[in-house]
Design a protein around this ligand. Structure first.
Ligand code: 2BA
Length: 109
């Protein structure tokens, strides 16, 4: 069994949610925040049997769009040494950022 952790743009989260649940995947969705842009995103936890991992990834990929966001540079986390100029910066966000972990044990009481 694997645990898929997928960070998805909020604009795509509904479609990822529906796509997964309509094919019988069990999911937990939590509201999360990207550390760089500080925008809200959605993180999905999906516990899946090994033979269904690829299908889950296909669904997540199909519904997660890459998009360019124009962000005021002052809203980024620049760090103490970073300069903050009053200009916009284009940042490519998404589709999905995915981690796949081996599950040592799964219990459901
Ligand atoms: P954020 O951290 O808000 O990042 C939003 C986008 O900003 C990123 O899109 C990337 O294009 C850019 N970005 C992030 N950090 C950067 C940096 N130090 N310098 C320049 N550009 C940077 P994505 O890569 O598609 O990531 C979307 C969201 O996925 C992230 O939101 C974060 O919530 C999550 N994420 C991405 N990589 C991760 C990782 N290795 N571990 C945990 N979460 C991750």
């Amino acid at each position: 069994m694997k645990l898929i952790i997928a960070i998805v743009n909020n604009d795509d989260a509904h479609f990822v949610n529906t796509g997964l649940t309509s094919e019988g995947f069990q999911i937990t969705k939590v509201s999360s925040t990207g550390g760089f842009l500080l925008n809200g995103n959605s993180t999905f936890f999906v516990g899946v049997d090994d033979n269904r991992v690829n299908r889950a990834l296909e669904i997540i990929k199909a519904h997660s769009k890459k998009r360019v966001k124009s962000i005021p540079s002052a809203s980024m986390q620049m760090g103490a040494a970073g300069s903050v100029a009053p200009i916009n910066a284009d940042v490519c966000v998404g589709g999905a950022t995915v981690f796949i972990l081996d599950v040592e044990k799964f219990m459901h009481f």
